[in-house]
Design a protein around this ligand. Structure first.
Ligand SMILES: [Fe+2]
Ligand SMILES: [Fe+2]
Length: 274
């Protein structure tokens, strides 16, 4: 049994004092330990964690889904309480930008440099292969793109030796919880496509995925991609669909209209047991 608590998300449950921001952080509790998957973009992460009575000094591990500010930005604030081991993909420190659609200007959307964190006592475990983070908890490792309707956001670029190249976010990783019911996935942003990730998890573990929560990046995706993802989800017979963060309210509403009570609205303060 795993307990998953959403600590940072774009919207908040109606408990007094919670703060919301564009970003994601969830606390995963196993029988033996607690760790974070992502850290939101700011100290909102710390504020909400304290309201949720999470003892930050006891956190020994953090998994970063990818190197975007809205997932890794809160990590530096956690270092006042603990010096965790951080699990991520080797490309997590790319100097990356998003092209603003109106002006074409670049906006920095990466995280701090590796040295910044290491000087403060963080230890990184970087691997593009699946990593066992805790008992029955794994990272996906590098996510292959196999569907023909999912694509990485076209506005992303990164600085590769002084030249800006398209950023396919190869560091995007999701978290897989191997439960008695089957596999449960927590997405960060799912930049490489939720259907790709679900299919890869089922192939790697030879087990059925029964649910997910997290960012799907379907908010900024094309109408075609959204339509095709919905068609694929219909074939999958998932029991829990928890679209969050970069799914956006419009796409979340659309999913609710189709999948009804299988959909959970995953906000700051939402607790789920799987
Ligand atoms: Fe995100
Ligand atoms: Fe992202």
């Amino acid at each position: 049994m795993f307990r998953i608590t959403t600590v940072v998300e774009n919207t908040s449950a109606s408990k007094p004092g919670f703060r919301a921001e564009h970003g994601l952080s969830v606390l995963v509790e196993t029988e033996k330990e607690k760790f974070f998957f992502d850290t939101g973009q700011s100290d909102v992460f710390i504020h909400n964690a304290r309201l949720l009575n999470i003892d930050l000094t006891k956190i020994k591990k953090v998994v970063l889904s990818h190197g975007h500010y809205d997932h890794g930005g809160g990590l530096k604030y956690l270092l006042d309480y603990t010096k965790p081991v951080v699990y991520a993909h080797p490309e997590v420190f790319r100097e990356r930008y998003s092209k603003l659609s109106d002006t074409g200007k670049l906006r920095y959307i990466g995280i701090e440099k590796r040295e910044f964190y290491e000087e403060k006592g963080v230890k990184f475990v970087l691997d593009d292969k699946p990593m066992e983070v805790s008992k029955n908890v794994y990272t996906t490792g590098f996510e292959e793109m196999v569907t023909d309707f999912e694509e990485v956001d076209k506005n992303f670029v990164y600085n590769k030796n002084g030249v800006y190249e398209k950023d396919d976010v190869p560091d995007d990783m999701s978290l897989i919880l191997d439960t008695k019911r089957g596999l449960f996935i927590v997405f960060g942003c799912a930049h490489r496509g939720i259907i790709n990730i679900i299919k890869q998890a089922e192939k790697t573990f030879n087990k059925r995925v029964f649910g997910f929560i997290g960012g799907t990046h379907l908010g900024p995706a094309s109408d075609y991609q959204r339509k095709m993802v919905i068609e694929e989800l219909k074939k999958m017979d998932l029991e829990i669909i928890g679209p969050s963060h970069c799914t956006g309210l419009k796409m979340t509403a659309e999913l609710y209209c189709i999948f009804k009570d299988k959909v959970i609205f995953n906000n700051v303060g939402t607790v789920l047991e799987v």
